[in-house]
Design a protein around this ligand. Structure first.
Ligand code: 13P
Ligand code: SF4
Length: 330
């Protein structure tokens, strides 16, 4: 359970305090596109999972304040072990990570000894250490295209990203049955109603969406890929089938265009807001920089095991400039 904040911080200018602590601590603030706008606006860098991993690996700051979810902050620690990595709320998890307990994943691997394990970065450090190569949504295509077609692959934990890749490359990777609760909540019926209302508006979707959403999309890609699509599409309205906080960056870049979040089941719910990402707040970021806690710590042997599969991704994705371009649906 997330611990309540027991101090009264109401008299503080949080933005100014965060700026002061950032300098004092020689800290860098990294934020994912699904963070609240006020956090995106003060971050030193906002990006997708691949870009954030790269930033974490190359920064010379002493402290990384990671405004995202736990697997992302853990990735930063794996790649930059000498740095202090803080996550404003340690309960900021991920349903994909939860779907894939390391013990079960280990047994699944053992049952398929002739398969390599290609694993989506949305997983625990333990599962990374049990994997051969990590992928993100922006590096998956580049990496899969380098693996010989005859090589058998286990893909986990996101069955929708894995299924999309299977369809796109004509492969039959064995899929772990995990899903993202946020992308799973988009409604096909409501999306079709919205498309009828805006017949000229393209749909841009994240590959964590199920096929009944991806199949109605004009563009499928990572958060950074969707953002690039938003900056370049012809027309004035775009329907966005991913977590709606990314629309903040679209509005900043293209204030005259209209960005509409794809609807959930009742057409008007907030079920597409990631409840884990939403746990990070300005107050918790301030406290994390002030107290240097909650801090990511991990066993060194485990870290080295996970680093091996992450390094493999960074090498194989070296030509991928966080573009996340998975193109049109297969
Ligand atoms: P990206 O790598 O596309 O930013 O995806 C991260 C994520 O958790 C999407 O739900
Ligand atoms: Fe995990 Fe889904 Fe939230 Fe991304 S949006 S962090 S996949 S629960």
């Amino acid at each position: 359970m997330t611990a309540p904040i027991r101090e009264n911080l109401s008299g503080l200018d949080l933005r100014a305090e965060i700026d002061r602590l950032r300098k004092e601590r020689n800290a860098v603030i990294l934020a994912h596109y699904y963070q609240k706008p006020e956090i995106q606006d003060l971050a030193d860098f906002v990006g997708d999972s691949l870009e954030l991993s790269r930033k974490a690996a190359e920064t010379d700051a002493d402290v990384i304040a990671f405004c995202g979810v736990k697997f992302m902050a853990e990735t930063a620690k794996i790649l930059s072990p000498e740095k202090i990595v803080v996550l404003p709320d340690m309960d900021a998890g991920c349903s994909l990570e939860d779907s894939c307990p390391p013990e079960q994943f280990k047994r699944f691997r053992e049952a398929h000894p002739d398969h390599i394990a290609l694993t989506y970065i949305n997983c625990s450090t333990e599962v990374k250490a049990l994997s051969d190569i990590i992928v993100t949504s922006s590096s998956a295509e580049t990496i899969i295209s380098q693996i010989p077609p005859e090589q058998k692959i286990i893909f986990g934990p996101d069955r929708h990203l894995g299924g999309y890749m299977n369809r796109k490359f004509g492969r039959d990777m064995l899929l772990w049955p995990g899903v993202c609760i946020v992308h799973e909540a988009f409604s096909e019926t409501e999306l079709l109603k919205l498309k009828a209302q805006y017949p000229d508006a393209p749909v841009a979707a994240h590959p964590e969406c199920p096929p009944h959403i991806v199949d109605h999309s004009d563009y499928v890609g990572s958060t950074s890929g969707i953002l690039q699509f938003a900056k370049s599409f012809d027309g004035d309205t775009l329907i966005v089938a991913t977590e709606p906080h990314i629309i903040h960056q679209m509005q900043l870049a293209m204030p005259d265009k209209n960005f509409i979040g794809a609807p959930g089941a009742d057409g008007n719910c907030s079920c597409n807001i990631c409840p884990y990402m939403a746990l990070n707040t300005m107050e918790k970021l301030y406290l994390a920089l002030r107290d240097l806690t909650p801090r990511i710590e991990m066993d060194e042997e485990l870290r080295l095991g996970a680093k091996r599969s992450l390094d493999r991704m960074l090498e194989m994705a070296s030509g991928t400039v966080g573009k996340g371009d998975l193109g049109r649906p297969a």
